[in-house]
Design a protein around this ligand. Structure first.
Ligand SMILES: C[S@@+](CC[C@H](N)C(=O)[O-])C[C@H]1O[C@@H](n2cnc3c(N)ncnc32)[C@H](O)[C@@H]1O
Length: 479
């Protein structure tokens, strides 16, 4: 190949790369537009890569089989009705399947032999590393997927204690435990994990703490999908407004033409003013489309105000017309104004507070409440510290504690670990959740401090998860 040909090929590749980057940037921008600025600030503060959100819609889902079941991958494919079943080698009896496969139709699922569980959750149990016959405590156990995983590993010679403060969730957990025929291994207790007390100490303690759940990106994916639908609705409404306004403009122009040929008074300023206002409403509707795309709460609120005063202005028009004895005009204008006002109000309803969400889906209020409310956040961090402290107390010397959350927030993760290590400096030691061996767990990345790891959609194709592990030192070894 001559050098000039090579140069042009290189520049073609470079251009393609540039285009791809621009596409990515544009996609990120679009997604950013769907999220309120407070939330995107939260993402930035916690180093949450926006590309996560591109990935979520393409996530696989994961299944785990009970350890004692011998099923070939071919049988599994047949049972699940898909050829796309991939074995995940670094997790025991673990597979990825396409997102749209409904496991409720699986015969193995109905027989209690197959679980739906996220990769990051199974990784937490791999980090806890329970052994056959051990006594293990799960201090925040509901709904119970990790607890069942523990029970499957420790077997009938072991005992798994599951504690949760929420009775309803505990009842759900109870039926899951029953379905998977693990009631002889698992003991469930309704209790506050911060004060739960047992004389005998545990070989391993899992503190999968209550958190803001912002790592549950599936919620986010649904939220974004909902927001997209809301925005599309609003765009359609705004377009309808523009079309209607244009039609009215034509009608008014015809009226005006008709009147000017019959009545000199028709060229009155109020008619002119009305047409201007139709035009200005069209512009407002255009702006509305833009604003709806921008999705900035403050801006949306501002436009409500602008439109309100616009409507008030419009309402003065019929009065002026009445003064000028334009009876028929008044009738049309009032009706038209009411319709416009209704349309504008419909368009203007704040998209973040629209309750278009179904049960189990997040609205913007859920986000605000879960992730952004500073008082709630502080309470959660306090709770996490108390749970970890009690988990530490209940663990036997030489035993292991795993602290995990499904939040990306540093203050619920690394900051809690740093506090814990400082508080119990002579009594605990942090150890790497996967023995610092990438082949043990390729699907995670280092956390912000030593011996901590993070799962995220980008590196793990899973929900977000933070994992840390400690060993409780034996007294004679403590300094
Ligand atoms: C992240 S979820 C645990 C998920 C669970 N480990 C699993 O894998 O299915 C947190 C749980 O903590 C529970 N929780 C909150 N405060 C608690 C407390 N003070 N004591 C015990 N459990 C608590 C909640 O009810 C919730 O079920």
């Amino acid at each position: 190949m001559d050098p000039s040909q090579r140069t042009s090929e290189n520049s073609l590749v470079q251009n393609e790369q540039k285009n791809e980057e621009q596409d990515k940037e544009q996609k990120n921008k679009n997604i950013l537009d769907l999220l309120p600025s407070t939330f995107t600030q939260f993402l930035k503060d916690n180093n949450i890569n926006l590309e996560y959100f591109q990935e979520i819609e393409n996530f696989p889902r994961y299944i785990r089989l009970k350890p004692d079941i011998k099923v070939s991958i071919e049988e599994l494919k047949k049972d699940l009705g898909t050829d796309d079943v991939q074995k995940i080698d670094y997790l025991c009896n673990f597979y990825s399947i396409p997102e749209n496969v409904k496991i409720v139709n699986s015969k193995y699922y109905s027989q209690g032999l197959l679980y739906g569980i996220d990769l990051s959750s199974a990784a937490v149990i791999k980090s806890l590393d329970p052994q056959k016959g051990e006594k293990v405590l799960d201090l925040c156990c509901c709904p119970g997927m990790k607890l069942c995983n523990i029970a499957d590993i420790i077997g009938a010679e072991g005992k798994a204690f599951g504690v949760d403060i929420n009775e309803t969730r505990l009842n759900t957990c109870r039926s899951i435990v029953k379905k998977y025929k693990l009631d002889h291994i698992i003991k469930l207790e309704l209790a506050d994990g911060t004060t739960y007390n047992k004389e005998s100490q545990f070989d391993r303690v899992l503190v999968d703490a209550e958190c803001t759940h912002d790592g549950s990106l599936k919620h986010l994916a649904k939220f974004i999908k909902n927001q997209k639908a809301v925005i599309e609705d609003m765009q359609n409404n705004a377009k309808e407004t523009i079309d209607n306004n244009e039609q009215n403009l034509d009608k008014k122009q015809n009226n005006l033409d008709f009147k000017s040929s019959n009545n000199k008074d028709a060229e009155n300023p109020s008619c002119q003013l009305d047409d201007d206002q139709v035009e200005s409403l069209n512009q407002t509707a255009d702006k509305q489309v833009e604003q709806n795309n921008t999705c900035n709460q403050e801006e949306t609120n501002q436009s409500v105000d602008t439109l309100d005063s616009q409507i008030k202005e419009n309402q003065k028009v019929p009065q002026l017309q009445k003064d000028k004895k334009q009876g028929t005009e008044k009738k049309i204008s009032n009706r038209e104004l009411k319709r416009r006002k209704k349309q504008i109000e419909k368009n203007n309803s704040n998209i973040y507070t629209q309750k278009k969400v179904k049960k189990n889906e997040w609205s913007m209020e859920d986000f605000q409440e879960r992730v952004l409310d500073p008082i709630k956040l502080q309470n959660i961090v306090d709770l996490q510290k108390k749970l970890l402290t009690n988990g530490f107390k209940l663990c036997k010397e030489g035993g292991y504690i795993v602290y995990s959350t499904c939040s990306f927030a540093r203050n619920q993760n690394e900051d809690v670990v740093e506090w814990f290590l400082n508080e119990f400096k002579d009594q605990v030691e942090s150890i790497h959740p996967f023995n610092n061996d990438v082949s043990n767990m390729p699907a995670c990345k280092p956390g912000f401090i030593q011996n901590t790891v993070r799962f995220d959609p980008f590196v793990s194709k899973s929900g977000g998860m933070f994992v840390s592990k400690f060993i409780k030192k034996q007294k004679q070894l403590q300094n």
